[in-house]
Write a protein that binds this ligand. Structure first.
Ligand code: HEM
Length: 432
């Protein structure tokens, strides 16, 4: 059957896992129906917005298109969004207020701005500047360990998985450092945060446990871990200067944050940067290996690294969508959006919009300007951009001397998700 706007699929997680990112589908939508009322049996209908300019317009009108409506991430009919209160057993056990938003992403101004400021000091460019040398050392270390594992595996004719072997390491270490989490805990936090997005190895499941159940258990365990840290900081009674202490002991609008608010906040910071940055790293390295001319160019001219990082962000586009709810009728490029309707912003599609990017399907590490929307736009623009860029640069820089020895080998697998997109596994071997 020929692909048409009536039969294409951009909403089913399994479709993403089996067929990869739906570039062809978004191309067709951008061309034929850029603001498309998307109706399918297994998803509540929504406006699919796929052109760059329209995604910017929606993001730039946060009073009309709010985050605090009923839907923020695309899910199948009957599948609740993971973070909403009520599905969270930890929240029920601790008498959490079901009306309190899970975190600031679910909020609008002025509350959103106030809460965002509560931590944004830690993620400024200035804050990151002090971390660069440290990230570089960590990236070198992780890269050397991966290369050694690859040597051993290659001797035995085997491959190594780049995602679990390298790409997942720095994002967790970096946020762990910033939050002041004990390095011994990072491995467990990685297991929890992977389980939250449905990525869970058999060894971390209980007998007979489904992926979904393991995800909820992971959420409960991570919340318990965070609660202990918050309580410890509260009991300590003084601001010792660490990140969590500052969050606990600083007031917002004259009031300390509740445990529920703090738990949601820390949870967000841990979860938001993990699979996103990991997927950008694995997507970027895969792209460099698939485009040996660009790989060699980067090796010859390492000064291109900042441009390569932006192109990797555009190319990999790790966040697939965010949803907004219209609070009033709005004319979006001639299409009438009505109050109460849901609008889906497909950032990866914006990043391939031929109206903005010349030859968008060319991976070009010299591309400039490169105004990609991988970090979104407007009030909720990614808080971790400086951190993500610092991590990506450190990882790619550490890998440059080794890239010509790496080879993709065997079929990668992809995450069964529509929100965060990328590889679950990316097998590699050393070039012969
Ligand atoms: C390549 C990596 C990353 C990508 C592609 C990415 C992408 C995004 C996107 C698209 C949004 C929503 C923007 C919008 O609604 O306009 C967002 C929000 C956010 N990101 Fe990231 N992100 C990345 C890494 C990180 C990291 C490392 C952190 C760590 C702190 C982080 C923390 C956040 C937070 C807290 C928000 C919510 C901001 C708000 O609601 O005000 N992200 N990110």
């Amino acid at each position: 059957m020929a692909l048409s706007v009536e039969n294409l699929n951009i909403h089913h997680p399994q479709h993403y896992a089996e067929n990869g990112t739906p570039w062809t589908e978004w191309d067709l939508l951008r061309r034929e129906a850029p603001i498309f009322w998307y109706e399918r049996d297994d998803v509540e209908p929504f406006w699919a917005v796929t052109r760059y300019a329209d995604i910017m317009t929606v993001s730039d009108n946060p009073k009309v298109f709010i985050n605090s409506g009923p839907r923020l991430r695309l899910t199948l009919k009957g599948v609740p969004e993971l973070l909403r209160a009520g599905v969270d057993s930890f929240g029920q056990e601790h008498d959490w207020d079901p009306d309190e938003p899970p975190d600031m992403v679910f909020m609008d101004n002025p509350e959103h701005r106030l809460l965002r400021r509560h931590s944004s000091w830690a993620f400024t460019q200035g804050g990151m500047r002090n971390m660069h040398a440290h990230f570089a050392a960590l990236a070198d270390d992780f890269t050397n360990t991966f290369m050694q594992a690859l040597e051993v595996a290659s001797d035995k004719g085997r491959t190594c998985d780049f995602v679990s072997g390298l790409a997942c390491k720095l994002p967790l270490a970096a946020i762990g450092e910033i939050l002041g989490l004990a390095p011994d805990d990072w491995k467990q936090i990685l297991v929890w945060s992977n389980a939250l997005v449905g990525e869970i190895e058999e060894e971390h499941k209980r007998p007979g446990e489904s992926n979904g159940a393991a995800g909820y258990r992971a959420m409960h365990e991570l919340r318990t871990y965070l609660e202990d840290l918050i309580n410890e900081s509260r009991e300590c009674g003084a601001d010792r200067g660490g990140f969590i202490d500052r969050m606990v002991h600083k007031k917002v609008r004259g009031k300390f944050l509740t445990n529920q608010q703090l738990n949601g906040y820390l949870f967000l910071l841990i979860a938001a940067g993990n699979d996103t940055t990991r997927n950008a790293t694995s997507g970027g390295v895969a792209a460099l290996l698939e485009h040996p001319d660009q790989r060699d160019l980067l090796r010859e001219k390492p000064d291109l690294l900042p441009y390569a990082v932006e192109e990797i962000l555009r190319w990999s586009s790790p966040v697939g969508n965010f949803l907004r709810t219209a609070t009033s009728d709005f004319d979006l490029s001639g299409t009438k959006i009505r109050a109460g309707e849901t609008v889906g912003l497909f950032y990866p599609s914006a990043n391939r919009d031929e109206r903005v990017f010349h030859d968008p399907y060319r991976f070009d590490i010299t591309r400039s300007p490169n105004p990609h929307l991988s970090f979104g736009f407007g009030a909720h623009f990614c808080l971790g951009t400086n951190l993500a860029r610092a991590e990506l640069s450190a990882n790619i820089k550490a890998l440059i001397p080794h890239l010509h020895r790496l080879e993709l080998h065997g079929a990668p697998t992809r995450m069964a998700q529509t929100h965060v997109l990328g590889y679950s596994t990316l097998p590699m071997r050393l070039t012969s």
